[in-house]
Design a protein around this ligand. Structure first.
Ligand code: VGL
Ligand code: ZN
Length: 205
């Protein structure tokens, strides 16, 4: 169930834009069907947070060439988002404002890391500790993919005591199995996350 009331942004809010990278877009190595459709609503919401001077996180899957999640290593996925390759670049249509924090995850060969929560910035600080330092209380999560990285990030944020808003028109599921996206949404709702659409999120007038 999505919220019907407007959500007014306030200090303590932050936006986490999850893995909007070329390899996760249609045509990419692990393309999410329709994943490119979230970019326009995403850019509107990014602009809203930026104007409100609220923290913006842009996370990225940033794998070594022999990452354990790759089929060549016995994992479930085709090679994707290999660090410093075009497939790992953020989508070219995505507006990344100056001052946004880039969080990299899945950087270690031997561990899968769907959640962005313990991914790190260039200085090695985890998203979770940056959120604490910045006084974040409500985390708005958007991006790819609903049934993997968005789901696991939302669960970690809920476990960490944050209020979690998943932006339903700015996420998209990979759906290895049909229905995985809906299942992920239900799991997040059960955990206490709220679903909201971009048109309901606004700044105080
Ligand atoms: C993801 C599959 C593999 C994601 C990352 O960002 O959701 N999915 N690696
Ligand atoms: Zn990955």
């Amino acid at each position: 169930m999505a919220l019907h009331e407007d959500v007014i942004l306030k200090p303590g809010d932050a936006l986490s834009v999850t893995d909007v990278q070329n390899d996760f877009l249609p045509g990419g190595a692990l393309g999410v069907p329709g994943g490119d459709r979230i970019i326009p609503p995403l850019n509107r919401i990014i602009a809203l947070f930026h104007k409100g001077r609220l923290p913006l996180f842009f996370t990225r899957d940033w794998h070594p060439p022999d990452h354990c999640s790759f089929q060549s290593q016995g994992g479930p996925w085709p090679p994707h988002c290999v660090r410093d390759t075009p497939g790992a670049d953020f989508a070219s249509g995505l507006n990344i404002p100056r001052g946004a924090v880039i969080i990299s995850k899945g950087t270690q060969k031997d561990s899968e890391q769907y959640s962005t929560f313990y991914g790190q910035d260039a200085a090695g600080r985890a998203q979770s500790s940056l959120m604490k330092t910045l006084g974040v209380r409500r985390i708005f999560i958007a991006g790819l993919a609903t049934d993997y990285c968005v789901l696991n990030s939302a669960k970690d944020a809920l476990a960490g005591g944050y209020e979690v808003y998943v932006i339903s028109d700015a996420v998209c599921a990979v759906e290895v199995h049909a229905g995985d996206g809906q299942k992920a949404v239900e799991e997040m709702l059960r955990g206490g996350a709220k679903m909201v659409t971009t048109d309901k999120i606004r700044r105080k007038q």
